[in-house]
Design a protein around this ligand. Sequence first.
Ligand code: BG6
Length: 304
Amino acid sequence: MTFETLNEICRDVPGASVVEGQGGLPVIALQTDASQAQVYPHGAHVTHFQPVTQREPVLWLSRKSWFEDGKPIRGGVPVCWPWFGPHSSAPDLPSHGIARTREWQVESLELLDDESLRVTFLLKSDEQTRQVWPYSFELRHEITVGATLEMTLRTRNPGKSQLSLCEALHSYFRVGDVQRVRIEGLENTTYIDKIAAAAGRKQQGDEPVTFEGEVDRPYLDTESACTLVDPQLGRRIIVRKRNSRSTVVWNPHIEKSARMEDYADDEWPTMVCIETANVHDNAVTIDPGQTHEMTAVISVADME
Ligand code: BG6
């Protein structure tokens, strides 16, 4: 969508504007009485969210991120869809699917009240998407910015055959020091350890998740909220969700960071991902004519 079209959409909506973002890409800036946010039509990607009560942004964004057509943004909330990680049978296809590298259309933008704005993006199947994923789909990403950041990814199956897919709202959070944070809410659940040296299914004990090294774990059958406790920044980030049965926790630590072109070597201590997802055993199937939606709601509270 051109700057002109986006300007037109934002013109009558108080608190919404279009500015030139990184890499010259357009970005929609949203400002309400409760918070501010930025969302790129490229990937329907939220890159910034900060309630007025917070001194620091909630989301993390790499200073080495690409902001380019066809490449994903590193940080914020990438939309992983319709597969997660490498494609299961075609390793040359892009990691995490096709949604995060495509330009989405703004379907609607509305002021809900003084504290909240909602933007809805739409991505539909076309010739290009059918070349890599041979199905018809309508994907909507509804982003509501207020005291909380609420994101609903809605997949409609307009085709004649069943859809089977994985999805994640791959949320990157800014932390004071990953080695001092903990994640509560995943106790006594099963996860897949994706670290090569230790790969396999494992059981989380009674203790919260902590980060002594690289962590890359899809937790399965986990529908409850997670709390990221950050003593250094003095805050708790709470991730609530609906229709999401997996939670992926990721921090690349030293060696994996060094292998990633779009991630600075010294950034790993400042971020952690808690991804609202349906992956692996929790993949979703959608019958013809049906719609599935998955929601993440992110809020922040000061530590007592
Ligand atoms: C996580 C995966 O969700 O995303 C990791 O579990 C992966 O294995 C990470 O490394 C980042 O993926 P990408 O494609 O953005 O580099």
